[in-house]
Design a protein around this ligand. Structure first.
Ligand SMILES: [Zn+2]
Length: 439
């Protein structure tokens, strides 16, 4: 007999109870941050706010945002943790690094308490995705980020099988001989993995892979992509998401698959803001904006109003599964946004449109900018896209994609179709935009 939730009290709490919990935890967390973090002491003083006047989540808008760039600069000035650390450095038990775009990683410390809290969040998410006792999951996610938190959760629910990255043969063997039946990876990885299997003469459907939990980037929610992956492996694909900065895993689809539920009750508080004005937006189906997250139960590096740069759409606010956390779909990253003649274009949305032509395409794209923005954003934007095995007439496919991009995303593209397998593959987040003037 298996339970329906990892933590029903948290995940199914009614709105008033969730609110009360978040108000209480926020007051405690802010008092802790104000007492222990020199970075936030300075930020609150500069903004002229006394965090003790924040009585609950409705008052959050009085507090300044935290930008990733501030955290990075802080660590450069004061390695390894920066002035935002709020605990005794000797209490740090685990350190993650995240790969920065600037070439130098940033470091995220967790105390023993933090490790437990992140494991709890990941357990709720993977359980919502359908992971159950007896399931075995090879651990292939990048060691850069938060793989250890995922392993903690796999081992709390089922079994983890450490593999490492770029070890395809060991991964294949974990399924063929090690009893693995589930996989956590990015949305772009499964089809890459399928090709690797076919190259080894293995039919992906015979692998015994029953469940793919796809996170880390938009894509898994595109119906055509999902269908193609599920058919290729004869499996179920579920979406989940989190972030190395604020918490490893806090969003996950349930079996209704209508968007990823918030499952971080009592752990982090999410807001959605207008990325331009910074104004908080009311959570309601159809609302889109940038996800902003505040820690509620963190000792080492609590974050206040952290701007994730994830652009999200609220998919639902109630669900027959009984979970009460609202649902989201990730639309794209606000920091790789292109602005083509005043129109916002998310690279992930371009990929979604191209992927919609499957099996004529396989959804792998690269947008090439040949000059620095804003000149480089001038239309037509150069979009390279791999055609699929069933591409048909390439000139017709090119015209069809260009027309649909113009219709759906309101910008003019010059689509260049290239052979399957010719664009770079990424095991972690796919890089959708190449700045060609650098090379
Ligand atoms: Zn649900």
């Amino acid at each position: 007999m298996s339970r329906a939730y990892w933590n029903a009290a948290a995940e199914c709490a009614d709105a008033a109870d969730s609110r009360r919990l978040h108000d209480e935890r926020l007051r405690v967390q802010l008092a802790y941050v104000a007492a222990g973090s020199r970075f936030y002491q300075g930020k609150f003083a500069a903004a002229g706010v006394d965090p003790a006047t924040v009585r609950g989540v409705d008052d959050l808008a009085r507090l300044p945002f935290t930008e990733k760039s501030e955290l990075r600069e802080n660590q450069l000035a004061l390695p390894p943790f920066g002035a935002h650390i709020a605990c005794d450095p000797a209490a740090v038990r685990r350190v993650y690094s995240t790969s920065g775009t600037t070439g130098r990683p940033t470091y995220i410390g967790l105390t023993a308490h933090d490790v437990g809290v992140w494991r709890e969040a990941a357990c709720r998410a993977f359980w919502a995705n359908g992971l159950r006792p007896g399931d075995r999951v090879p651990l292939v996610v990048s060691p850069f980020v938060v793989a250890a938190s995922y392993a903690d959760a796999f081992e709390a629910i089922g079994t983890s099988i450490p593999i490492g990255v770029n070890m395809t043969d060991r991964l294949v063997d974990a399924f063929r001989f090690g009893g693995a039946n589930s996989l956590l990876c990015t949305a772009s990885y499964p089809l890459h993995f399928a090709r690797a299997l076919e190259e080894r003469g293995i039919d992906p459907r015979t692998l015994g892979l029953r469940r793919i939990m796809a996170g880390g980037e938009p894509g898994a929610s595109i119906p055509e992509v999902r269908r193609q992956i599920e058919q290729t492996f004869d499996c179920t694909l579920m979406e989940c998401s989190g972030n190395g900065d604020y918490c490893a895993m806090t969003w996950a689809e349930c079996e209704q698959r209508q968007g990823m539920h918030f499952v971080g009750q009592g752990i982090v508080h999410p807001e959605i803001i207008d990325p331009e004005s910074g104004e908080p937006l009311a959570i309601a189906p159809g609302v889109t904006g940038e996800l902003v997250v505040t820690s509620l139960d963190r000792e080492c590096m609590p974050l206040v109003r952290f701007r994730t740069r994830d652009h999200v759409e609220v998919t639902h606010t109630d669900c027959v599964c009984g979970r009460t956390g609202f649902g989201i779909r990730i639309v794209g990253r606000t920091d790789d946004l292109l602005i083509v003649r005043g129109v916002n274009v998310y690279p992930a949305a371009v990929r979604d449109v191209v992927a919609g032509f499957a099996p004529r395409t396989n959804g792998v794209i690269e947008i090439q900018l040949h000059e620095a923005p804003p000149k480089g954003w001038e239309p037509p934007v150069h979009v390279k896209a791999e055609h699929g095995a069933a591409a048909g007439d390439l000139a017709a496919l090119k015209a069809d994609i260009e027309a649909r991009l113009r219709e759906k995303l309101i910008f003019r593209a010059e689509v260049e179709l290239v052979a399957e397998g010719s664009l770079p593959r990424y095991e972690y987040k796919a890089k959708l935009v190449r700045e060609c003037w650098h090379t």
